[in-house]
Design a protein around this ligand. Structure first.
Ligand code: F6R
Length: 366
């Protein structure tokens, strides 16, 4: 059942090209170069009326929603808020007319996410679900459902479900952007082509993972480390940090690169590993200056950079390269080496990677 892999997690990491393809299948009209989402019954008029979007989710799904916010705002210009489902319910969220609430959940059974949906519905919001499980509670309670088709995820640590949620957000953002006219046809055609290349690019990345193993050997003895990034790299840093924590039991923190000097820089000592995500071209210069900041305090820097940005080798101790794509799509590629890094680190420490201590796959209690 593990298909020759040592663990479900490794198998599921390798299933991502397939999960991406399945999640896109039938949703791209090649002739019209348009996104079609059969489970979403929002009409163009209804999309035009949406004043705000609120996304609710827990854990890894919350991290996917953070990427989703950037994607949907960029492609639709509709303001998006993201809330942890467990916080949303109790903060008296302002749900005005024409609010769309998007609940993100792999299992579709997370208690807090379900409670957030019910709260939103009570105040008249329209609820859309992004979930991986057909017939799940979240799918049943939402008006519109956008299924991720990642297939069953067995490992407690989410990998292919997260990355397929990113694909779902790309499709949704483009769908709404095309309908609103906020996504111009030229960009749209380009994005579709790039989206369709992602599975091949992930496959290629999975073939070249040796350097990551070496980096895992380096961090396996550490007690704590930092992930830093800006923009989408910051959202991805949070997911990378959670992944490492939950399976390797090494403490890590994700920090917005620009925030370091407002406090956490004090924790950087000689040898502290800092994993610097620098895949967003427009923010590169700023991130590089943050890398220099931590280097000057003795940090051991592992940078994640776009292919061709070899100048990072001058500043960082190690560089992991990510293939180029449309900037919004980069997290769907950059997540792969970060998953593998968490995986190898945990495996080197002899942990039960598929069943980390204290955690359950589906959290059906509040
Ligand atoms: C981490 C992980 C959890 C889940 C969270 C929400 O790897 O899997 O953080 O993402 O418990 O679960 P779902 O998506 O099923 O609502």
């Amino acid at each position: 059942e593990k298909n020759g892999f040592d663990t479900f997690m490794l198998k599921e990491i390798h299933e991502q090209p397939r999960a991406y393809e399945d999640t896109m299948r039938g949703r791209i009209d090649e002739e019209k170069q348009q996104i079609v989402l059969p489970g979403v019954s929002l009409t163009p008029e209804q999309i035009r009326e949406i004043k705000q979007i609120q996304m609710v989710a827990c854990g890894t799904a919350y991290h996917a929603a953070l990427v989703g916010k950037t994607v949907v705002e960029r492609l639709t210009r509709i303001p998006v808020e993201v809330d942890l489902a467990s916080e949303y319910r109790y903060r008296m969220p302002i749900i005005r007319e024409n609010t769309l609430v998007i609940a993100v959940s792999q299992s579709g059974e997370t208690a807090d996410t379900l409670a957030a949906i019910r709260e939103a519905k009570q105040w008249g919001a329209r609820v859309m679900a992004i979930t991986n499980v057909v017939g799940s509670s979240v799918a049943r309670e939402a008006e519109d459902v956008l299924f991720t088709l990642a297939g069953p995820e067995i490992a407690v640590a989410s990998t292919k479900a997260y990355s397929s949620q990113l694909i779902a957000f790309y499709l949704l953002g483009m769908f709404m952007g095309q309908s609103l006219g906020t996504l111009d046809p030229v960009t749209s055609v380009e994005m579709i082509a790039m989206l369709e290349r992602l599975p091949f690019q992930v496959e290629e990345m999975l073939r070249h993972q040796d350097p990551i193993h070496g980096i895992a050997e380096h961090i396996t003895q550490q007690e704590h480390l930092f992930f830093i990034g800006r923009g989408l790299d910051y959202s991805l840093a949070m997911e990378a940090s959670l992944k490492l924590k939950e399976i390797s039991y090494i403490h890590s923190e994700a920090y917005a690169a620009g925030e370091l000097k407002h406090g956490s820089l004090a924790l950087i000592e000689d040898g502290t590993p800092v994993i610097a995500l620098a895949t967003q071209e427009l923010l590169l210069e700023k991130t590089v200056s943050n890398i220099k900041e931590v280097k000057a305090r003795g940090a051991y820097v592992i940078a994640l950079a776009l292919e061709g940005n070899t100048e990072l080798e001058k500043t960082a101790d190690q560089v992991i390269y990510v293939p180029r794509t449309y900037s919004l799509l980069t997290p769907a590629l950059a997540v792969v080496p970060l998953q593998l890094l968490a995986y190898y680190t945990a495996a080197l420490r002899g942990n039960d990677v598929d069943k980390p201590r204290n955690l359950a796959k589906s959290v059906t209690v509040e």
